[in-house]
Design a protein around this ligand. Structure first.
Ligand code: G
Ligand code: G
Ligand code: MN
Ligand code: NA
Length: 254
C-alpha cells in the first residue's frame, strides 16, 4: 500500500523526529527520566501517528531501519545534551519485538552506544508483553545481555498482554509500566486501584520498580502516592515535547 512506499521515502528523506515525554517523581514533581516517541512529519499528510505507521513498519521489515534510527537518534540527543553541559536523564526507547527477532539486537545497541559515546546506564528499552508470546531463548538471551551491559529494561503497557508469572520471573526487567487504562480509571472503580496495588506487590516480589503512565490529574497523583507508587508519566505533567523544549527542562535542573 501507499504508506509502505511512503515510509521507505520517509527513511531516505529523514522525515522523522523524536519527541520526549518526562517521567517524574510523583512526590516532588522532579524529572527523573524520559520516553522518546517517534513522530513522522509527512510532507502532505502532516503528522502521522506511530500508532498508525509502526504496525505497518513491523509487517514490512521497515521496522529494522526505523528502529535503528530511533535508537541512534536518541543516543545522539543524549550526547548532544551532555556536550552542551547538561545533565541528561535516562532516555527510554520503545522497541518492537520484531527488532529482537531480526538479528543481533543487543549487538546493535552496543555498537550504537559506542558510536555515540553514551553509557548503557543512560539508555532504557521499553518492550511490551508481546515479548512473551513466542518462547524464545534467543530473545531471552538478548535481553539478559542488554541487562548485563547496564541497559535499563522496562515492561510497557503492563496488564494488557500475555504475561505469565513464570515469564515475569525469568526475564530481567528493571521496571514495570502500568498501562494507562488502569491509571485513567483509577478513581472511577475500585477495581483499577486494586489492580495497581496488586501490580506493585508483584513488582516488589520481582525486585522491579513501578511507573504509572497516563496520569492526567492531580487526584490520580495523590491516589497513586497513597498506595506507594512513586513514579509516573502523563499529560498532567507534560505532553511529549520537541527536543528543544525538553532541553529547556534539562537546563532548569542543571
Ligand atoms: O506517542 P504516541 O501515543 O502517539 O504513540 C503511539 C504508540 O506508538 C505507542 O504505543 C508507542 O509505544 C508507539 N511508539 C512511539 N514511538 C515508537 C518507537 O520509536 N518505536 C516503536 N516500536 N513504537 C513507538
Ligand atoms: O504504548 P506507550 O506507553 O509507549 O505509548 C505512550 C503513548 O501514550 C504516547 O503516544 C503518548 O503520547 C501517550 N500518552 C502519554 N501520556 C498520556 C496521557 O496522560 N494521556 C493519554 N491519553 N495519552 C498519553
Ligand atoms: Mn512506551
Ligand atoms: Na505504554
Amino acid at each position: 500500500i501507499a504508506l509502505t512506499r511512503e515510509l521507505r521515502q520517509a527513511i531516505a528523506e529523514n522525515q522523522f523526529e523524536l519527541h520526549f515525554q518526562p517521567k517524574v517523581d510523583l512526590a516532588t514533581g522532579t524529572l527523573i527520566a524520559c520516553e522518546a516517541l517517534i513522530r513522522w512529519n509527512h510532507p502532505t499528510r502532516g503528522l502521522v501517528s506511530p500508532g498508525v505507521f509502526i504496525p505497518i513498519a513491523e509487517q514490512s521489515q521497515l521496522i529494522a531501519p526505523i528502529g535503528e534510527w530511533v535508537l541512534r537518534r536518541a543516543c545522539q540527543h543524549l550526547r548532544e545534551w551532555r556536550d552542551a553541559g547538561l545533565q541528561p536523564v535516562r532516555v527510554a526507547v520503545n522497541v518492537s519485538v520484531v527488532q529482537f527477532q531480526m538479528g543481533d539486537f543487543a549487538g546493535q545497541v552496543r555498537a550504537v552506544l559506542e558510536e555515540c559515546g553514551v553509557a548503557p546506564q543512560e539508555l532504557a528499552l521499553e518492550v511490551t508483553e508481546s515479548v512473551f508470546e513466542q518462547e524464545s531463548n534467543v530473545l531471552l538471551a538478548q535481553m539478559c545481555e542488554l541487562r548485563d551491559m547496564g541497559v535499563w529494561l522496562s515492561l510497557d503497557d503492563f496488564g494488557t498482554g500475555y504475561s505469565s508469572l513464570l515469564y515475569l520471573q525469568r526475564y530481567p526487567f528493571d521496571e514495570i509500566k502500568i498501562d494507562q487504562g488502569f491509571v485513567f480509571h483509577m478513581l472511577d472503580a475500585p477495581f483499577n486501584r486494586n489492580i495497581i496495588e496488586a501490580v506493585m506487590m508483584l513488582a516488589r516480589a520481582l525486585n522491579a520498580e513501578v511507573i504509572a503512565e497516563g496520569i492526567e490529574s492531580d487526584e490520580v497523583v495523590q491516589a497513586l502516592l497513597a498506595i506507594g507508587c512513586r513514579s509516573g508519566q502523563g499529560y498532567f505533567y507534560s505532553m511529549p515535547l520537541e527536543a528543544e523544549d525538553f532541553c529547556w527542562l534539562l537546563e532548569q535542573r542543571s
